[in-house]
Design a protein around this ligand. Structure first.
Ligand code: GLN
Length: 813
């Protein structure tokens, strides 16, 4: 990959994660002093490539730790020797780093602890908490019973400790074949939680491991190794998705039996699937194997490598990540949220140039000598909105707007898009027509005087004349010099699947982050439901051969461009060569999906991608844009009125995701109408969506939307913490008081001066001299206790991170 690694950007600034039920738990723990610091981990299996589905969980782990000044570990959950590979480790590390995750030097491997897990296994056996079972897998499953029938003990359940130890050691020594025995926890065969019915802890798998070689022939089950590794590494909050909810009981059982203290806890969050996307490794593999895509890095694939190749930036990924809310239920994220994050990032990153994808030649009959025009890279709105007044050159260097220009040759022969000339124009067509005029972007107005067609009636050539300064035209089109432009291949990608839920409405992944499955080899053999294959979009890749203006040749090869009216593109990092340029479309200028559906009924369905898409005219007052926008989607996810609402709310500052939620819901929409339209709007909208929505829908939120702005201002000015704000919000919702009034009344906005913080710290230390002694003697875990005490005595007004720093100074300085 040629693109540069990411740098921190606005999306990384606080709050790192929007408050959610997990941060609430963490804040409570910090207050209680339960843990010295927050430690999280992201534990992918290195049995495939990182993909879009990993974004949510990995950023949740990473940002949660960052928010509380804690630590974040990357963990390779590499316990299944048959599936894990170095190649996957390397690519995951590379992709996650590229996304901007930072685990410092804490990249850990589950396999590095095989020796320790084994010791714990022997301990369980000695305690009488585990036994070697020797029934077949089928028998074991039969004996386990089901939801209505309790399990039956295996004939081997009551083996003596000695016999169990002997068998376990011989399993480890390699005396038995795969499947001959397993080690099981002895928990509860009649538990309503099936996972507790004596889960398997170890299996015999005679297969070398990519890091351990032949050192082992028994491998620990996920349910055994995962909690242990959390405990060994001092993880405090072990987050995983909802499928693991029943596994938590095993986690807790192990922690108790092995007496870890302090011990980690597992918390489950709702999964976040993405519309139009599948992430199951086995399903994706089939697409690769059957040649539906060119490989794992085919830009249409949901893998991070594919998205990198497509040209998505890490900033866009991070922005997307920060928009996904955390909750206890599974949800599918609107694909538009991802696509808009990509688009919004490129809007201010991608200089505008021109490329003609489906060329038709135009001779400017009255242009005798060629000229070189100097055209700006940026439209006025990007210049206007630039925070520093500067704009970027293709290499990224920021310069004054008047310097951000490139040379564009204008010659007697040029190319325009085939679709921009129509001999039989429909009503309202404002591009070139016989005898009509159109403006060539940056070059003046032309009039089509004449055109030729081939035997099939296809237009082959247009003769036009360049008109004077004051000539008028209804539309603007892009063009390139036929003599100087560079030939290039253009790849137009579309969504790989044509339905939002290619796996069916309620599908969850069959493997992958769905957990246990891939750790337990037997599961990987269950057949894959191939239903998703029939939802592949036909022609999700369309190739065009056209021309791009010559200025691009001197730009860095990783420059992202907006080809005017065509979309965002960059050179395909794999296939593009200096003398054979290949540009891939990163994203269209707008959500064209709904328009494509409409095109099915239109005259030239085959042309949909090039013609109907060529709409938007950011910086070009083109007619194509107006036409395309008139198209009404057949089955819009939001109605045109709702879309207009989204546009209005985002213009006021609301995050796209919040705006969509609001626009879809009349109750919320009515409520937000009362909000003050100033800089606080984004925060207020977010509170309405995240904190008040349930109450608003139920009609029992008493606070007025207009009263939220002062609260948001206090927060923005750091006069109060997020916690204080949300507490006040909750109370205001119930009482109808203005939240700011509650805060004033109770002095919660007094803030906490450094001096007050010092005083609070001294007070806490003074009444806990024994603990201060112990801390200085090495019991540093007491930091959590002190932090909690200070947080409490300051009524939640202090920032936990600041408290921790000041405490450290007081205790160690
Ligand atoms: N606890 C978890 O988050 C599950 C981790 C497991 N390695 C997986 O990717 O499915």
């Amino acid at each position: 990959m040629t693109d540069t690694p990411s740098t921190p950007d606005a999306a990384d600034r606080k709050p790192l994660v929007t408050p959610n039920f997990i941060t609430e738990i963490i804040e409570k723990h910090l207050e209680e002093g339960k843990y010295p610091t927050v430690v999280t981990r992201f534990p992918p299996d290195p049995s495939g490539y990182a993909h879009l589905g990993h974004i949510f969980a990995s950023f949740l782990d990473y940002r949660t730790a960052a928010q509380y000044g804690g630590k974040f570990n990357l963990r390779m959950d590499d316990t299944n020797p048959e599936l894990v590979k170095q190649e996957y480790v390397d690519s995951m590390v590379d992709d996650l780093k590229w996304m901007g995750l930072d685990w410092e030097d804490r990249l850990y491997y589950a396999s590095d602890y095989f020796g320790r897990y084994y010791e714990y296994a022997e301990q369980l056996v000695r305690q009488g908490d585990a036994y070697v079972d020797s029934v077949s897998a089928a028998e074991m499953s039969r004996l386990r019973g089901n939801a209505h029938t309790p399990g039956t003990p295996s004939p081997y359940r009551e083996r003596s400790v000695e016999e169990n130890l002997d068998l376990l050691r011989r399993m480890k020594a390699g005396e038995f074949e795969n499947g001959a025995h397993v080690l099981r926890a002895k928990i509860d065969l009649s538990s309503p939680n099936m996972k507790l019915r004596d889960p398997v802890l170890y299996r015999i798998v005679k297969h070398p491991h990519f890091r351990q070689g032949d050192a082992w022939c028994i491998y620990p089950a996920y349910d055994f190794e995962h909690p242990l590794q959390d405990a060994i590494e001092g993880v405090t909050h072990s987050m995983c998705s909802l499928e693991f909810v029943d596994n938590r009981a095993i986690y807790d059982w192990l922690m108790e039996k092995l007496a870890f203290d302090p011990r980690p806890h597992q918390y489950e969050f709702g999964r976040r699937g993405l519309e139009y996307t599948i992430t199951s490794k086995r399903k994706l593999r089939r697409l690769v194997q059957e040649g539906k895509v060119s490989g794992w890095d085919d830009p249409r694939m949901p893998t991070i490598r594919a998205q990198r190749r497509l040209g998505v930036t890490p900033e866009a990924i991070r922005h997307f990540a920060s928009q996904i809310g955390v909750s206890r239920t599974n949800r599918t994220v609107d694909i538009a949220m991802y696509e808009n994050a990509v688009r919004d990032d490129l809007n201010h990153r991608a200089p505008r140039v021109m490329a003609v994808l489906d060329p038709i030649k135009v001779t400017l009959t009255n242009l005798n000598a060629g000229q070189t025009l100097s055209l700006p890279y940026w439209p006025f709105d990007v210049v206007r909105d630039s925070p520093d007044g500067l704009v970027a050159l293709p290499g990224g260097e920021r310069v004054a707007p008047e310097q951000a220009v490139r040379d564009v040759p204008l010659t007697r022969e040029i190319y325009i898009e085939r679709d921009d000339f129509n001999p039989e124009p429909p009503k309202g067509y404002k591009r070139l027509t016989p005898g009509g005029t159109v403006r060539l972007r940056g070059a003046g107005v032309i009039r089509a005087d004449d055109f030729q067609t081939d035997d099939a009636g296809q237009v082959t050539h247009i003769h036009a004349s360049l008109l004077g300064e004051d000539a008028k035209a209804g539309g603007v089109i892009h063009w390139v010099s036929a003599e100087k432009a560079l030939p290039a291949e253009f790849r137009l990608y579309d969504r790989l699947f044509r339905v939002p839920h290619p796996e069916g409405e309620n599908a969850t992944d069959d493997d992958d982050s769905a957990g246990i499955s891939e750790h337990d080899a037997e599961q990987a053999q269950t057949p894959v439901d191939a239903g998703y294959m029939r939802y592949l979009t036909p022609d999700s890749l369309q190739v065009r051969r056209g021309f791009v203006e010559p200025s691009v040749l001197s730009d860095p090869s990783d420059t992202r461009y907006q080809f005017e009216r065509q979309g965002y593109f960059w050179r395909d990092p794999v296939d593009s060569k200096e003398d054979a340029l290949v540009f891939g479309r990163i994203i269209t200028l707008k959500d064209t999906w709904a328009k494509d559906q409409k095109a099915e009924g239109a005259k030239q369905p085959a042309k949909k991608a090039s013609s109907n898409v060529a709409g938007d005219a950011k910086g070009i007052s083109g007619e194509g844009g107006a036409e395309a926008q008139k198209a009404q989607p057949k089955q819009p996810s939001l109605s045109p009125e709702q879309e207009a609402e989204v546009a209005r709310l985002t213009a006021l500052g609301a995050a796209e995701a919040d705006a969509r939620t609001l626009a879809k819901d009349d109750a919320l929409l009515a409520f937000v109408k009362g909000a003050v339209q100033d800089a606080s709007f984004a925060q207020v909208a977010s509170w309405i969506v995240n904190d008040l929505a349930v109450g608003v829908r139920a009609g029992d939120v008493k606070v007025k939307a207009a009263d939220l702005a002062p609260l948001a201002h206090m927060l923005a000015e750091d006069k109060i913490t997020t916690r204080v704000a949300r507490d006040a919000l909750a109370r205001a919702a119930a009482s109808g008081d203005a939240p700011a009034a509650i805060i004033e009344r109770e002095g919660l906005n007094a803030g906490l001066s450094d001096e007050d913080l010092q005083k609070a710290i001294e007070a806490v230390l003074n009444v806990n001299l024994d603990k201060v002694e112990a801390y200085r003697g090495g019991k540093t875990a007491l930091m959590g206790f002190f932090t909690g005490q200070v947080m409490r005595s300051t009524g939640g007004k202090a920032q936990p991170q600041k408290v921790a720093e000041a405490l450290k100074a007081a205790l160690e300085g």
